[in-house]
Design a binder for this molecule. Structure first.
Ligand SMILES: [Zn+2]
Length: 119
């Protein structure tokens, strides 16, 4: 279960961004996760809902996850295929020399919140 540590780093990054941008409250965090990371969304959200309470800025925040399919390109036959399991073999010619085209993503796309207008 690596969701807990990933969750912690998402929260810390969000708090840093929120503080930098003078937010008084973070409402939503949009996250893009490539399927190479094998993250279970529900588990990540569960950790998020517990860990966010360490930070008043985050206490009401909601995590919105967008998954990116894992797509590989074969260096032998040139075909692109989506993998549902991280078994890095070309499904067309069984070559192991492949390149990940998409599915490596793990980052915050955007955040919504309330800015402190009183300063
Ligand atoms: Zn191939």
């Amino acid at each position: 279960m690596h969701e807990a540590s990933i969750c912690q780093s998402i929260i810390e990054t969000s708090v840093n961004i929120g503080t930098e941008r003078k937010l008084i409250r973070i409402d939503k965090i949009y996250l893009m996760i490539g399927n190479i990371h094998h993250i279970v969304d529900e588990v990540l959200v569960n950790y998020f809902d517990i860990q966010k309470n360490q930070y008043p800025l985050m206490a009401g925040a909601e995590l919105i996850i967008e998954n990116k399919p894992l797509i590989i390109k074969c260096s032998m036959c040139g075909e692109q295929n989506e993998l549902t399991e991280p078994i890095f073999i070309c499904p067309s010619c069984y070559n192991r020399n492949i390149e990940v085209v998409q599915g490596n993503e793990l980052h915050i796309i955007k955040m919504e919140g309330e800015v402190n207008n009183e300063q």
